[in-house]
Design a binder for this molecule. Sequence first.
Ligand SMILES: Cc1cc2nc3c(=O)[nH]c(=O)nc-3n(C[C@H](O)[C@H](O)[C@H](O)COP(=O)(O)OP(=O)(O)OC[C@H]3O[C@@H](n4cnc5c(N)ncnc54)[C@H](O)[C@@H]3O)c2cc1C
Length: 524
Amino acid sequence: MTFDRAAALDRLGSEHFDVLVVGGGITGAGVALDAASRGLRTALVERDDFASGTSSRSSKLVHGGLRYLSQGDYRLVWQALAERQRLLANAPHLVRPMPFVFPSYGSRAGVRAVSSALWLYDLTGGFRIGKLHRRLSPADAVSRAPGLRADGLAGAHLYFDAHADDARLTLAVVRTAVLDHGAVAANHTRVTHLGAGGADVEADGRELRVHASVVVSAAGVWADELAGGGSASIRPAKGVHLTVRAELVRSDVALVLRAPSDGRSVFVVPWPGTGRVYVGTTDTDYDGPLDTPTCNAADVDYLLEAVNASLTAELTAADVVGSWAGLRPLLAGGTPGRRSTDLSRRHRVTRFRDGLVAVNGGKLTTYRAMAADTVDEVQAALGQRRTPARTATLPLRGACRRTTDLDAPVARHLFSRYGSEAGAVAAMVATDPALGEPLVAGLPYLRAEAVYAARYEMACDLDDVLSRRTRALILDRDASAAAAPAVARLLAAELGWSDEDTAAQVNRYCAGVEAERLAAAAPV
Ligand SMILES: Cc1cc2nc3c(=O)[nH]c(=O)nc-3n(C[C@H](O)[C@H](O)[C@H](O)COP(=O)(O)OP(=O)(O)OC[C@H]3O[C@@H](n4cnc5c(N)ncnc54)[C@H](O)[C@@H]3O)c2cc1C
């Protein structure tokens, strides 16, 4: 088996599949892995790049979601915390425990309220990570997060959740489905028409008919568009994150802060090994274009105000080195007028006539459980006896707990991205030491990683490499734009681009960076 797009397109046009999954975000990836590992002949198509939708734009927390407890959604938190544990076991290279400090300012009543919430979190499954939450004195909190304001700090709590690079997690799930379980997957392949017995797709200007007994719609916020635009099953809610340099925030732990304007929780999350910290998120109803949600000046002000209220740093918009906006595919329905913050993060699987199954809603953390429910319905639609999902204990590609023998920071970096496959990247550097040079100034990625992405991770363009195979765009947009010409030349040699192609790739990427910067400075 290879993870090769040309071979996948050939098979898409010539084979008959039990199930075709539309959408290569975490949900579709999970469905493809579950289906293939149950022995179904499985195909997956993604119109842009794997994880290019919401699944590269999340808060990157594999968590139960403390705030869903205050909404009384204990079942969701219980399920998510069970899934968190499975991911820690099945992808230990990608999903890592992360300590969180939750400071409480003002009265001691606030400290007691956080304490009760965290007891409930532990009882709902937080305990599974092996550590219960504990109370910290103000001095102890400040020693762990020196950037916290000490004045008015009544107390704090320490608890544990987990963190993952969402785009790489999605890619790992797709690669596992293909390389270990025989699924066929192609990115940059758009479904143009859904119908009984399969779908029409368009790839590289070519039209193909993919024959499949069942089609699964896993198109996230595009679900209604894919279905023909007649229904309104999804209510998108926008969330924004900002990246700043770690030395401005001064905290080795993640922080949960209160936004002064509305009391919502805002996370400050150090991204291990990158020297960057990100802050997020907002949660606002969204009715703009689905393909281009942007972070605007009001979003930036809201998040910086939350950080500046609890940290000694006085961050301004000039300190923001990256930003991203994503759309939550929340389930529509329920009480009209409810704020998006209050809408459930549960998922829904619907089986229609004509062999169509749709999966909507959910969270990054719960993708595996969503996929299991979906493939149960796929088997019902196929008229098959239901077989149990195998994914609860199925390792993802690269899963292992050991590091490679490269020098420490590089080894840690490669391990956190490739796990047991890190040796393949290291071998490229051993053969050609120039590939061991940095890809983007100030970030830990190596030139070898761009080459690896083109050869083994189905990266097809510059944006695939700088936005998702590496996270250079969101970690440092200007540095990524400055590196774009050199990275494009590296990719040109792998992907056979002409000089014009290469220039066009650079222009398109840099225009995207510029548009993002302008949007972040624009009022709503
Ligand atoms: C701001 C924010 C923060 C979040 N934080 C967290 C968090 O910390 N933890 C957590 O667990 N969850 C979090 N979530 C939720 C989580 O990110 C989403 O639930 C999840 O990523 C949705 O994945 P998806 O695959 O359903 O959708 P998507 O990732 O959007 O995937 C759908 C895919 O379908 C493709 N597609 C659409 N139309 C077609 C077509 N015609 N043909 C082919 N492909 C098509 C799209 O290109 C897209 O890639 C967050 C969400 C947001 C917005």
